[in-house]
Design a protein around this ligand. Structure first.
Ligand code: EAX
Length: 323
């Protein structure tokens, strides 16, 4: 009887200890909806962190820019007011300029190419560039290939883009490229985009199908052209100080959890790409999917010559040459 009580007491004490340890909760945020390729990325990450640390760490997920836009969320991670964020590379070059090269238009042949680069030595090298800026970059993920939408006209040739007023990300490479198409660029944080499109502050925007669908841009945009003009990476970032305080095993757990998040994220992007066009047509969008891509590439030749100078042809070729 006594022994039984002792065991019971011990069990209770251990249980309490486990509960106390489980109280470390961290925040992660995205600017898109929970029902999206980004939502599934952070939900999977949260589940995996909890599982892999036996519940000692919990990750609380915030969606729809509830904690601010992507730039604000990265700033918060750098300051440590927020432990984690999942963001596109839109605002990232303002923190880690080395990542700019990934947003060069027509650099990646397809998603397989981009994923191979990000998972290979080039992508892993780039992850380490975040360290000096107060971040631990856990893993690359993605938005996918970006396409143009607008409320004015079908875009079939690069000439059709001239004079369109479009929201762009706060990314200098994007702004330079779209100016090269003759677009009137308006950099803006993502949470403001729907309203700007609805009110006609801008004519259009560009994003992958996964973002267009989850943000319901079909409600405020009529014309979609599958320009696939640039691949849009995403990244899991964590405050470096918070990461450094983790045990070696927990550090690995967070990295592995991010990799699981990436797997789920990419699978969802593939799914959205496979059914997105039919879905958006059913919702009333006109989708131009027979573009002469070479003409769009040619239209950007002067801008790309600038990018070759800025980033170095050898560095761009190193990416292009990844099979
Ligand atoms: O990360 O700002 C953008 O257009 C991004 O693609 C969007 O926030 C999803």
């Amino acid at each position: 009887m006594k022994l039984h009580r002792l065991v019971l007491g011990l069990g209770l004490a251990l249980g309490l200890a486990a509960t106390a340890a489980a109280q470390t909760t961290m925040k992660i945020s995205i600017s898109t909806a929970q029902n999206s390729h980004q939502g599934i990325a952070i939900d999977t990450f949260a589940k995996e962190v909890e599982k892999r640390t036996q519940g000692r760490y919990k990750v609380q997920a915030f969606y729809n820019g509830a904690l601010g836009g992507e730039r604000e969320s990265i700033e918060a991670v750098q300051l440590g007011t927020q432990e984690l964020a999942f963001s596109s590379t839109g605002p990232v070059p303002n923190f880690v300029p080395e990542t700019k090269i990934l947003d060069v238009p027509f650099l990646f042949r397809d998603k397989a190419h981009a994923r191979a680069v990000l998972d290979g030595p080039i992508g892993q090298e780039l992850l380490t560039k975040f360290d000096a800026k107060g971040f631990k970059a856990l893993a690359w993920a993605e938005n996918g290939f970006r396409h143009m939408t607008n409320s004015k006209r079908d875009v079939k040739t690069p000439e059709d883009l001239k004079g369109l007023k479009m929201r762009t990300m706060e990314n200098p490479v994007h702004v330079a490229a779209y100016k090269g198409f003759g677009i009137i660029t308006t950099p803006m944080a993502f949470p403001e985009v729907f309203t700007a499109l609805q009110q006609g502050t801008v004519d259009g925007q560009e994003n992958p199908l996964s973002v267009i669908i989850s943000a319901k841009f079909d409600q405020v945009q009529k014309h979609l052209s599958l320009t696939g003009h640039v691949y849009s990476p995403c990244i899991f970032v964590m405050n470096k100080g918070v990461f450094d305080k983790l045990s070696a095993a927990d550090k690995q757990a967070f990295i592995d959890a991010a990799k699981e998040g990436t797997k789920a994220n990419r699978a969802r992007v593939d799914e959205d790409d496979a059914k997105g066009v039919a879905d958006l047509r059913a919702k009333g969008m006109t989708v131009i999917d027979t573009l002469d891509k070479a003409r769009f590439v040619a239209a950007l030749a002067p801008v790309n010559a600038e990018f070759e100078k800025q980033f170095g042809k050898a560095n761009l070729d190193r990416i292009r040459d990844v099979k």
